[in-house]
Write a protein that binds this ligand. Structure first.
Ligand code: 13P
Length: 256
């Protein structure tokens, strides 16, 4: 049984003070959660404060990006070791906003992914098609390319440490969510790519999160799909009540 992951990607929001207050509030609201892992990704400046506030709780802290080198002349960048020292256990890689704003390619994603694995961070690798690509019927081709190049050269053992986030670009920040069926179809396809590339066991264990306008009122439907192993939440993760409602989505008593 794959353990679900509910992750909040704060993007470029929240001060250090707001981060500490949020984590304190979230701690109380997720204290008894054991059906999923809870991850919060604040901006770099608030990582340390988030990790300190989360100490002793189940909340894990993710960075939103990293550089592939251990150290060096890379102005403005931060390495895996620095993130781990600040208290991060996870790192988001290849978010569509970084691909758009910083020209990140699948090759860059691959280098960052390797650096995260070497540095002992759990990578959350984002993939997903744009609206034009979906409308052109090219969703699978895009996922093929992102998967093939993004995960090139990994061993099966390395692959087993990765979390994938399927984030159709047209659903991010638009209020337009993929239906649970649409998301599940892409998740199934990504799992099939995992099977072909890395093996049955690795594919079965792979956690694939859905991201794109996840809200408290649509999380239940998304989580009713076995293929969807959690969510990467943007806007709705900025409010503690709303993120806690997503983490504590309605589920049957027997659900794991
Ligand atoms: P929204 O939930 O705001 O659509 O953002 C999704 C996202 O980009 C998470 O990484």
């Amino acid at each position: 049984m794959r353990r679900r992951v509910m992750a909040g990607n704060w993007k470029m929001y929240k001060t250090i003070a707001a981060t500490s207050a949020f984590i304190e509030g979230l701690k109380a609201r997720v204290a008894s959660v054991d059906h999923c892992e809870v991850v919060v990704a604040p901006p770099f400046t608030a990582l340390r404060a988030a990790a300190e506030a989360a100490r002793g709780s189940k909340i894990r802290i993710a960075a939103q990006d990293l550089h592939w080198d251990r150290e060096g002349a890379h102005t403005g960048d931060v390495s895996a070791g620095m993130l781990a020292e600040a208290g991060a256990t996870h790192v988001i890689i290849g978010h569509s906003e970084r691909r758009r704003d910083h020209g990140e390619t699948d090759e860059v994603v691959n280098r960052k992914l390797r650096a995260a694995l070497t540095g002992g961070l759990t990578p959350i690798v984002c993939v997903g098609e744009t609206l034009a690509e979906r409308e052109a019927g090219a969703t699978r081709q895009v996922l093929d390319r992102q998967f093939e190049r993004g995960f090139a050269g990994l061993t099966s053992s390395e692959f087993s440490h990765i979390i994938i986030a399927y984030e159709p670009v047209w659903a991010i920040g638009t209020g337009r969510t993929a239906t649970p069926e649409m998301a599940a179809e892409s998740h199934r396809y990504l799992r099939e790519l995992g099977r072909r590339g890395f093996g049955e066991t690795e594919a079965e264990g792979l956690r694939i999160l859905y991201g794109g306008s996840v809200k408290p009122d649509n999380i239940g439907g998304l989580m009713s799909e076995n293929e969807i192993d959690g969510a990467l939440v943007g806007g709705a993760s900025l409010d503690v009540e709303s993120f806690a409602a997503i983490v504590n989505y309605p589920r049957a008593r027997s659900a794991g």
